[in-house]
Design a protein around this ligand. Structure first.
Ligand SMILES: C[C@@]1(CC(=O)O)C2=NC(=C\c3[nH]c(c(CCC(=O)O)c3CC(=O)O)Cc3[nH]c(c(CC(=O)O)c3CCC(=O)O)/C=C3\N/C(=C\2)[C@@H](CCC(=O)O)[C@]3(C)CC(=O)O)/[C@H]1CCC(=O)O
Ligand SMILES: NC(=O)c1ccc[n+]([C@@H]2O[C@H](COP(=O)([O-])OP(=O)(O)OC[C@H]3O[C@@H](n4cnc5c(N)ncnc54)[C@H](O)[C@@H]3O)[C@@H](O)[C@H]2O)c1
Length: 212
């Protein structure tokens, strides 16, 4: 069965990463970007991880019990049997866990990610091929100019305005779709004057329908 893409607020969530090598490094960077609080535990943690600011590094073996304190656990040691133990421990206790070398024991996978501010696209092949994920990520990355960040933010504000001022759901949807079209016809930049003109048109139409 294909995997469901669920977007999670990681701000302040406690993540324990067991393992301190290449795989751990990539996952740490990914999680850190989205605001997680990270502790890394491994007998030997690589210098690239030690150089990351704002994470806790413990160079020791892991005691499974400590994982109870985590919201999310990543098992990325070189030892498959230890990764599996961590996976099983977490699954038995309902703790979200990614096991770098064991999809079956993972309750979530890491997607390829394209970020434009709050606009986030995640790509997964359900563990079939990270090489395919990487290709698709690169394709989408080229397709999305950085202007989408500002457009997303602006559309957030215009959506709030429309929610207050346009009572008809159908009209509101039409208005917001039109705003996006206006932006796309202008290299993804939404001109506020044009946007307000469009919204005014829909405010009037909405009022007219209510008074009819
Ligand atoms: C998307 C991305 C996110 C991320 O992790 O950053 C990602 N791997 C990335 C990069 C990457 N991965 C690997 C290298 C080689 C260099 C290296 O070893 O470091 C590189 C670097 C590169 O290619 O540039 C090796 C590798 N990866 C996995 C295995 C095991 C296996 O295949 O069985 C092995 C072989 C290990 C071995 O040989 O022993 C497994 C997984 N990798 C996943 C995601 C999940 C499935 C995603 C899906 O199904 O689509 C899954 C199942 C695990 C998970 O969820 O953790 C990121 C995409 C790149 C991008 O977007 O730029
Ligand atoms: N999912 C992915 O994206 C991905 C990518 C590469 C590798 N992998 C898998 O991840 C695992 C790690 O790969 P890597 O390239 O990071 O290896 P690595 O050799 O760079 O790092 C291994 C880490 O495991 C730690 N370790 C070893 N014994 C440990 C123990 N008893 N307890 C805690 N930590 C211990 C080491 O200290 C080291 O920090 C492998 O199983 C590999 O197949 C997954």
């Amino acid at each position: 069965m294909a995997y469901f893409p669920m977007y999670i607020d990681l701000e302040g969530k406690k993540v324990i990463v067991v393992g301190g090598g290449k795989a751990a490094l990539r996952k740490i960077n990914s999680l850190l970007y989205f605001g997680a609080k990270i502790a890394v535990i491994a007998p030997k943690v690589c210098d690239d991880i030690k150089a990351i600011k704002g994470i806790n590094v413990h160079e020791s073996n892991v005691a499974l019990d400590i994982l109870q304190n985590a919201d999310i656990v990543v098992a990325a040691t070189r030892r498959p049997e230890i990764n599996a133990k961590i996976g099983t421990y977490c699954n038995d206790r309902g703790i979200m866990v990614n096991v770098a070398d064991n999809k079956e024991l993972s309750s979530f996978l890491f997607p390829g990610v394209i970020v434009r501010g709050d606009l986030v696209v995640g790509v997964t092949t359900g563990g079939n091929s990270q090489a395919v994920s990487k290709q698709i990520r690169n394709m989408i990355d080229r397709m999305l100019p950085e202007e989408y960040e500002a457009l997303t933010r602006k559309m957030g504000a215009y959506t709030e305005l429309a929610n207050v001022n346009i009572k008809s759901t159908a009209l509101r949807e039409e208005a917001l779709d039109e705003l996006v079209k206006v932006a796309l016809s202008n290299k993804c930049v939404l001109d506020d004057k044009k946007a307000n003109k469009v919204l005014d048109k829909y405010y009037r139409e909405d009022a007219a329908r209510r008074n009819a």
